[in-house]
Ligand binder design. Structure first.
Ligand code: GA4
Length: 333
């Protein structure tokens, strides 16, 4: 993203929302050590209360993380015209400021990628035709494979903690060859002039919940991520470049009949430092029925939601605005 002058920057930004600067960070984010024998109950508690937690001792080699970060920065530092050759993100590729196709904008540029290995060569061809070095390096694949493995373990612990049987009832959906998962690299450039002029924080990525089962986020050491607590207050998550942050998605909320809550979150651009985040969104196959898992339902308990497939939910999500409450139309009233 190149800002030529202050006025050009303001033109670009006229559609980007702002919010009052927030002070202080929230120190109450639950932290789970993947090696802790109590991990399953701590994960469930965190997902019930916040739909969000920080994962340490996660087993993803730091080397994979740093390598991908270097490659991603190399890409985002290319001239705008070169990056544009890898866009638009329909559905995969490079995007700048526009999020989705329904008018949402943010102070962000990004790469949306498929996580399915079979599609990788096709992706190299379509998305990285003009920038093949990015995909020729093993950085993306090594990272995604390691993060997926960790995500499978996390959802198996969710299953254990909720006494869901079989314990792979969730992980099999993410492991499936047809799993509809994706990967996103977000780059939030600093924006000092704009912030100084408005005295407010620019929204990098507007508030939303993730539609999938689980999202696994890692960022550099620049702050910006905020989550919305049950009392509707927004709190800043202190960044930690060596850990992962796990989000419950809408599909997991439905599959647990509302026991686990998908977390509303957003990202504010930092006036001084650029933020880079990498997120794996683990989703089920398109044909999968998204219904509460039978082994979790108490006797006589009814589903809070109408029955739908992941394809139906995804189609409706992609027609919505970022901030919409997407599960609303699937709730039984
Ligand atoms: C939010 C989570 C993921 O980033 C994403 C986003 C998707 C997009 O960027 O195209 C959506 C958004 C996300 C939910 C509502 C729709 C679709 C933008 C948007 C306005 C890739 C996803 O799966 O859903």
């Amino acid at each position: 993203m190149v800002v030529h002058s202050q006025s050009a920057a303001l033109d670009h930004c006229s559609l980007i929302k702002t919010c009052k600067p927030t002070t202080g960070v929230f120190n109450g984010i639950p932290v789970v050590n993947l090696g802790d024998p109590e991990a399953k109950s701590l994960i469930v508690k965190a997902c019930e209360e916040y739909g969000f937690f920080k994962l340490v001792n996660h087993g993803v080699p730091m080397e994979f993380i740093t390598k991908l970060e270097t490659e991603a920065l190399r890409f985002f530092n290319l001239p705008q015209s070169d990056k544009d050759k890898s866009g638009p993100p329909d559905p995969f590729g490079y995007g700048c400021k526009m999020i989705g196709s329904n008018g949402d904008v943010g102070w962000v540029e990004y790469l949306l990628l498929n996580t399915n290995l079979e599609i990788t060569s096709q992706q190299t061809h379509t998305v990285f035709r003009e920038n093949p070095e990015f995909f020729r390096s093993s950085a993306v694949n090594d990272y995604i494979q390691a993060v997926k493995r960790m995500a499978f373990e996390v959802v198996e612990l969710v299953a254990d903690g909720l006494r869901i049987e079989p314990r792979d009832a969730l992980s099999r959906l993410l492991r499936d060859d047809k799993s509809d998962s994706c990967f996103r690299l977000n780059h939030y450039p600093p924006c000092p002039e704009l912030q100084a002029l408005s005295g407010r924080n620019l929204i990098g990525f507007g508030e939303h919940t993730d539609p999938q089962i689980i999202s696994v986020l890692r960022s550099n050491n620049t702050s910006g991520l905020q989550i919305c607590l049950n009392d509707k207050t927004w709190v800043s998550v202190p960044p930690d470049q060596t850990s992962f942050f796990i989000n419950v998605g809408d599909a997991l909320q439905v599959m647990t009949n509302g026991r686990l809550r998908s977390v509303r979150h957003r990202v504010l651009a930092d006036p001084r430092n650029s933020r880079l985040s990498m997120i794996y969104f683990g989703g089920p196959p398109l044909s999968e029925k998204i219904v509460p898992l039978p082994s979790l339902m108490a006797k006589g308990e009814e589903s809070l939601y109408k029955e739908f497939t992941w394809w139906e939910y995804k189609t409706s999500a992609y027609k919505s605005r970022l901030a919409d409450y997407r599960l609303g139309m699937f709730e039984k009233r």
